[in-house]
Design a protein around this ligand. Structure first.
Ligand SMILES: Nc1ncnc2c1ncn2[C@@H]1O[C@H](COP(=O)(O)OP(=O)(O)OP(=O)(O)O)[C@@H](O)[C@H]1O
Ligand SMILES: [Mg+2]
Length: 284
């Protein structure tokens, strides 16, 4: 088990894990495997005497293929952190690099584009749109990346098949059980093949059987090399994680890796396999 000290590079002694500041170019040169880097991040609500801090001088590096679980008491800043990572919210201060790009200060339109391309969300209360069918809900993220309707529905149908929900494609969310709703939400989160999946207490509203089905799905998605960051109050679920962060009062209290950086799953990219095949043909 590897313990990660606050304020240090999260890679510990691994030289590949560190990002270095190049003084001449004045930008962060990052290891390609670091998908998220935050430094000195602060989220403040209110001003002066009434100011309160949801995140305070927060430093974090997350590598591709990590399954990070974030725990901590109510109000310690877990959702705030997830919303900032997912570009749904902005920090008041500090730096945030997503895949090496400084996203601390980008426009809302750029935030929305990046979010659609790179991030899948799963929420505790599923956040499905009630007057859309299951397949339309799952297809929704592809609207934001301008895929034609037939492509969207085909991709949504494939995602639902993976979660054994093909027979429910034309149901409405109100006709599903909690576990089924959450599996639809997971299908929606992965339909655009995002690099990062963010889940805020995805099993919070589920019984233990549905909860373990949902966790098994997340585990399978992680084993394909995806990066998952999940908030939970349930310590039993940390067996699925490769890293467990405990937060307290807007800061990291403990940060423990249970899998070393070298043993994280590698991404399975269907696209790159296709591309490899194509370039081999071209070589011939
Ligand atoms: N819009 C807001 N205005 C003022 N304070 C806020 C706002 N949103 C969140 N906060 C405060 O920020 C702090 C962190 O909230 P956050 O929702 O991130 O907590 P959490 O760790 O997710 O809690 P829980 O486990 O209950 O979901 C809390 O003290 C909360 O009251
Ligand atoms: Mg929360």
């Amino acid at each position: 088990m590897e313990s990660v000290c606050r304020g240090n590079s999260t890679g510990g002694s691994n030289p590949l894990a560190s990002a270095t500041l190049n003084q001449h170019q004045d930008k962060i040169i990052m290891d390609n495997n670091i998908v998220i880097k935050m430094s000195g991040l602060t989220k403040r609500y209110g001003y002066g005497d009434t100011a309160s801090f949801a995140l305070q001088d927060f430093d974090l590096e997350i590598r591709r293929g990590e399954f990070v679980m974030i725990m901590g008491p109510s109000g310690c800043g877990k959702t705030t952190l997830l919303n900032i990572i997912g570009l749904l919210d902005r920090a008041t201060d500090g730096e945030y690099y997503l895949n090496g790009e400084d996203v601390s200060d980008i426009s809302s339109a750029r935030q929305a584009r990046l979010r659609a391309k790179k991030i899948g969300f799963i929420f505790q209360d599923f956040n499905l749109i009630q007057n859309l069918t299951v397949i339309e809900n799952v297809a929704l993220p592809l609207v934001y990346v301008n895929r034609p309707r037939t492509v969207r529905l085909k991709a949504a149908s494939n995602a639902l098949k993976r979660f054994h929900l093909s027979e429910r494609e034309y149901y409405h969310p109100s006709q599903l059980s909690g576990g089924q709703k959450q599996r639809v939400a997971i299908a929606r989160a992965i339909v655009s093949d995002p690099e990062i999946i963010l889940a805020d207490e995805p099993t919070g509203n589920l019984d233990s059987r549905s909860s373990s089905i949902v966790m098994d799905e997340l585990k399978a998605i992680h084993e394909e090399g995806n990066t998952i960051i999940m908030v939970t109050h349930n310590p039993a679920l940390t067996v699925y994680a490769t890293r467990v962060i405990n937060m307290l009062d807007g800061q990291i209290a403990t940060d423990v890796k249970t899998v070393s950086d070298y043993n994280l799953p590698q991404p399975i990219s269907v696209k790159s396999k296709k591309r490899r095949r194509k370039s081999r043909k071209e070589e011939k």
